[in-house]
Design a binder for this molecule. Structure first.
Ligand SMILES: Cc1ncc(COP(=O)(O)O)c(C=O)c1O
Length: 308
């Protein structure tokens, strides 16, 4: 994940861990003209503060957001853009859901379950929005499932509370499922989706019981990615592979219970830029990290004291 601010050129603050784990994504951005800085960096005041408070940290999207915002507001003519979490990004990505809805109608297929991976929630929000509209208007029933990493389990283990969208606490508060703005996922996590919070829109739908969520370990996710690649000939992004894992699990449940269901999932990206992560899975060196309740409690203790 990355966070950026623009002028005629584009400067990107890329989560340090992704900068190192995903060198080809970094190089694609540089090829198109962006300058890419690993975050937290020493080029902003907030980056220096985060580095001082968390020596050797591998960063998080929350840190990259703080740095990009600071850089944008201190450089004349620049604007900050965020690629996930906020409602306008979900609105933009609703094109995915509208196209899916149209394609399914043309094929005469009605899904039972719709599954998407969830980092900040934009692709999932975009995919489900037209279908959720049908549910809210009482026109149809679907199950919606968010597939998130067990190493960054915002929905399944987070608090529904007001929190900062960024680690430097320069952005406005948002009511959302959150692990705390200080939460930094383990560097051993290679599957993306490293945001501490979740879209406010999806958070409200989850709080109302209109959506479900599952947390998945990365070795199980890469096993599903490998199976999908060998079966379909498509190499999926690690992020998308969370949705693939959840879809396989749902299909296996149906099989065990003798039911048939139509399951739709979002395939959000290619895995060709993520071969370092695939390499560690293929070599058997990939490990799983699940934060303990104590880890999360320490992070929740720093949530702003605002009644939810
Ligand atoms: C390929 C891919 N899919 C999905 C995501 C998840 O983001 P979001 O939850 O905002 O859709 C990312 C985030 O960087 C990504 O790179």
């Amino acid at each position: 994940m990355a966070s950026a601010f623009f002028k005629l050129d584009c400067r990107v603050y890329m989560v340090k861990c992704s900068y190192e784990q995903k060198p080809f994504r970094r190089e694609v951005m540089r090829t198109y003209g962006a300058s890419v800085t690993p975050s937290p960096s020493m080029s902003t005041a907030i980056g220096k503060k985060i580095n001082a408070e968390h020596p050797g940290t591998t960063g998080s999207l929350g840190c990259a957001i703080s740095e990009a915002v600071e850089a944008a507001v201190t450089h004349e003519g620049y604007r900050y853009v965020l690629g996930s979490v906020l409602s306008q990004v979900l609105l933009h990505q609703s094109i995915i859901g509208l196209e899916t809805q149209t394609a399914l109608r043309q094929l005469g297929v009605k899904p039972d379950v719709i599954i998407g991976c969830a980092g900040g929630g934009s692709n999932l929000g975009g995919l489900i929005s037209p279908f959720m509209g049908e549910v809210l208007r009482g026109e149809a029933q679907y199950r919606f499932i968010a597939a998130e990493p067990a190493s960054c389990p915002s929905f399944t283990r987070g608090r529904y509370a007001y929190d900062f969208c960024d680690t430097g606490r320069v952005c406005p508060l948002q009511k959302m499922y959150t692990l705390g703005a200080d939460f930094i996922p383990s560097a051993s996590h290679a599957g993306g989706l490293r945001y501490h919070g979740m879209s406010a829109t999806l958070s409200e739908l989850y709080a109302q019981g209109l959506m479900e969520a599952v947390a998945l370990k990365q070795t199980d996710v890469f096993e599903a990615a490998q199976f999908f690649a060998r079966t379909e000939g498509i190499l999926p992004a690690p992020e998308s592979s969370h949705a693939i894992r959840a879809t396989i699990d749902e299909a296996l449940k149906c099989k065990a219970e003798g039911r048939t269901e139509t399951i739709v999932f979002g395939l959000t990206g290619t895995g060709y830029f993520d071969m370092t992560a695939y390499q560690s899975f293929n070599d058997g060196t990939m490990s799983d990290f699940v934060p303990s309740d104590e880890d999360l409690a320490a992070s929740f203790a720093k949530l702003p004291a605002i009644p939810a």
